[in-house]
Design a protein around this ligand. Sequence first.
Ligand code: GFB
Length: 310
Amino acid sequence: MNPDDKIYVAGHRGMVGSAIVRRLRAGGFENIVSRTSRELDLRDQRAVDQFFAAEKPDYVFLAAAKVGGILANNTYRGQFLYDNLMIEANVIEAARVHGVTKLQFLGSSCIYPKMAPQPLTEDALLTGPLESTNEPYAIAKITGIKLCDAYRSQYGCDFISVMPTNLYGPNDNYDLQSSHVLPALIRKFHEAKKEGSDEVVMWGTGSPQREFLHADDLADACVFLMENFSDYGFVNVGTGEDLSIRSLAETIKDVVGYEGKITQDLSKPDGTPRKLMNVDKLHGMGWKHDIELREGIERVYADLVEQDWY
Ligand code: GFB
């Protein structure tokens, strides 16, 4: 990418898209184009085509998606499949038709089979059944990878895919019904401390293992891969380290400074037992994460407190 290239960041108001925009600006890329979902509904094929015809971006980061935590994925199964299929099909096709130089599609570690060997290597894709709570989302994301590969093979498009692990960071979703675990627990501990309540409820058993990457590290990896990876398949992006949900809860409890107890809500699902990324491919190219989990949680929490949040 050159500083004067026009870069379209789809999903620029989300946690990932906004981090990519920050990273691009910091790297001297100023010619960034974006649209809110109100201005441009990416599920609308004609609108997407018209947008690409008018703007003619050189590079595209496809970070727009319908996303959410385990409950949202499991509840809005139709929307997670339909919205994500439409968004990626429309943007990828318009990128081809309007001659985009390079496109990067962002997926998720939930594309891997539920019982794939850990840590997850890129070649484990499509080797077994998926975790049921997020199967619709995973199917949509697998389709995005396959679209990029098929367009590379049939049309010679330089479209690549990147698979991030579970993420957290600025502009995350803190709605307790639809969020992921990390922001949900920050909010729960913060509110319990403020209100002086003596327990915080953790969903499930606390035994599933998860890996967490700060969105700013992901954004840095995305720009790195846009500049250094052009091939079929995809690259895992993570830290290569995980912990149990129970340990995560203990860490957040400590960062927030809450002194009550942690209880379980066993009516909520655990989801996949573990999804630790193997990041050898990315490390082999020369990229490694910078922000360790505790430090990242401290940063996020300090920002929230400063904004006088909740
Ligand atoms: O982050 P999370 O919602 O999604 O949940 P997944 C991770 C684990 O944390 C599950 C537990 O075992 C939850 O039961 N958990 C404990 C909680 N307390 C809470 C809480 O208060 N809120 C939430 N949300 N979870 C999603 C997928 O899976 O991860 C998506 O559904 C996507 O497809 C995303 O891949 C990254 O890690 O289970």
